[in-house]
Design a protein around this ligand. Sequence first.
Ligand code: NAD
Length: 257
Amino acid sequence: MLRNKKGLVFGIANNHSIAWGIAKQLAENGAEIAIGYQNEILFKRVKPLSKEINSNILVECDFNNDDSINKSVEIIKKEWGTLDFIIHAVAFAEKSELNGRYIDTTKGNFINCLEISCFSLTSLARSFEPIMNDGGSILTLTFYGSNKVIPNYNLMGIAKAALETSVKYLSVDLGTKNIRVNAISAGPMRTIAGAAINNAREMFKFTEQHSALKRNAQLDEIGKSALYFVSDLSSAVTGEVHYVDCGYNIIGMPSKL
Ligand code: NAD
């Protein structure tokens, strides 16, 4: 489905990362993948995985650093000239504040979290716009805590709300170039970022029990939905937040089992 499509995937930390689940599906469907990794420590974990999907372009990119995004554009321009898709599966907040009351969020953490988890999408979209092909697709990852209160998700909920609204504004800005921007709202997954939220296990169990399908989504299921957004199957879809959460978000009141 993705033969002749090339794209850059940000957010692989290990083989449990949502970005890895997506990269695998896209590669299995014929896409050529370049990987953006955060730093040297991550490189050691990402390098072996890159071989599994025949990815030969690995780009260091720390979203705290604008120069880093510009350098990644230069590398992709040199290697490929243009690209067809970007996967943005990156977020960060201080673990100590993914706990307790939102009201106690510090200004430093607020700004840093919004920069990495939200502004980076806008920054990537603007920086890569000149080399994105007609029919291109940008996909980010969000969570239900953006519009309903989830215990301990706190500041990350605010960042995801801003991220989801960014998706809408970006989709209009880039729509004239036929570049689409969407988000997948994934149910809770067992990843490093997921485990940083206090009582993540309880949330995982709760959504498993109370989702419409009575289970949580698997990594490959997030990947398959990403495949739809990156491929031409979704050519008329942009500005959307699409839930891949086994129907948890539609539940108004959990029924007793
Ligand atoms: P993960 O820990 O595997 O991935 C997070 C990635 O963010 C890592 O690769 C890390 O290197 C990267 N990152 C953090 N700070 C960065 C920076 N300054 N510069 C560049 N990269 C940086 O966790 P994940 O769960 O796969 O998270 C991927 C995305 O999915 C995040 O946006 C997360 O909020 C979202 N999400 C996760 C869940 C869940 O339950 N795990 C649910 C819905 C959405």
